[in-house]
Design a protein around this ligand. Structure first.
Ligand code: NCD
Length: 312
């Protein structure tokens, strides 16, 4: 992947110092936002140009988060939200769509798409940076980074911490990016899921748990994952009740979680399947902190791409 354009397709080219400085920039932006927004209601940057946000797959958090981050950093977001109402309905390819939008001279792209689109190839052909906002099952680097930021804010360091994933690990691009980030930040990864939700190959460094009780006991943070019904064959649906019973995060199961550990979820949440609504009231639950931090993380990332220290 060419790094000269500062694109972000995965985290393999990141090192610890780059992640640390991104986290401190995001936390500084958060501090400034709180200060200015509360005192004067004003928080903005000078206008720099446009950014193309192309979401070929559904999204709420990630799309709004990038929109908010763009406007805070001085970029007007041009948004494609699914193909409906665009020439994709007339058969125009996603590649063609991207290169036509490039001709309108946005200063960078943010793209969410499935595995069929070759983002690496597209990145090579683009004249401006490209940020991966969720690429099939391959990765979702800004989600892993915002999870990392939220953990860093709470736990101070991620080094040697035990981060447990519970749920549909096999289909999760969030997990793929955490496997990359954990190597940079030195945290341990654990998996707890029924066989059907586990990948065929599990690295020997990963702790595997069959029982939620012992997994929750082990971890400093549990990240529950959405059961991705759209990526399953219908025959797996019967598992949902069993799944809830054995792997669902509830007030009762959380008795096994350390008092200082935290609970996270990248969203969207299937309440009543992977997690019960009552968990939102647990003081260890950081689900909405992740969403809040996501905007600052993405703003910091965008500002870094343009070497912009304004607002700091
Ligand atoms: C995830 C995604 O879309 O990759 N959510 C997110 O971006 N916040 C996870 C999911 O779809 O379950």
């Amino acid at each position: 992947m060419p790094s000269c354009k500062n694109s972000l397709l995965n985290l393999t080219n990141f090192d610890k110092s780059k992640v640390d400085s991104l986290f401190s920039k995001a936390l500084k932006l958060k501090e400034n936002f709180n200060k200015h927004q509360l005192s004067t209601g004003v928080y903005h940057s000078g206008y720099k140009g446009t950014a193309a946000l192309l979401f070929f797959e559904p999204s709420t958090r990630t799309r709004f988060s990038f929109e908010a981050a763009c406007s805070r950093a001085g970029f007007h977001p041009l948004i494609l939200d699914g193909g409906i109402g665009t020439s994709i309905e007339k058969g125009e390819t996603l590649q063609d769509t991207i290169f036509n939008i490039q001709a309108m001279r946005p200063l960078f792209f943010v793209i969410r798409c499935n595995d069929q689109l070759d983002l690496e190839q597209i990145e090579k052909q683009l004249k401006v940076p490209l940020i991966n906002a969720g690429w099939g099952q391959r990765g979702h680097p800004t989600q892993a980074l915002l999870d990392g930021l939220t953990l860093f804010e709470k736990l101070k360091s991620l080094q040697n911490k035990n981060i447990l994933f519970v749920g549909d690990i096999k289909h999760s691009r969030v997990v793929s990016s955490h496997l990359e980030l954990s190597k940079k930040l030195g945290y341990n990864i654990g998996f707890c899921a029924p066989m059907e939700f586990l990948p065929a190959h599990i690295d020997k460094n990963i702790q595997s748990f069959t029982r939620l009780e012992s997994a929750l006991n082990w971890c400093d943070a549990v990240i529950t994952l959405r059961v991705q019904k759209e990526r399953h064959d219908n025959e797996n649906i019967f598992l949902l009740e069993d799944y809830r019973e054995n792997f669902g995060i509830s007030k009762a199961s959380l008795k096994n979680l350390k008092s200082e550990a935290v609970i996270m979820h990248p969203g969207p949440v299937n309440y009543g399947v992977e997690i019960e609504l009552e968990v939102l009231n647990d003081s260890r639950c950081l689900i909405l902190n992740q969403v809040e931090n996501g905007v600052f993380l993405r703003e910091a990332l965008i500002r870094n791409i343009f070497n912009d220290e304004v607002g700091l």
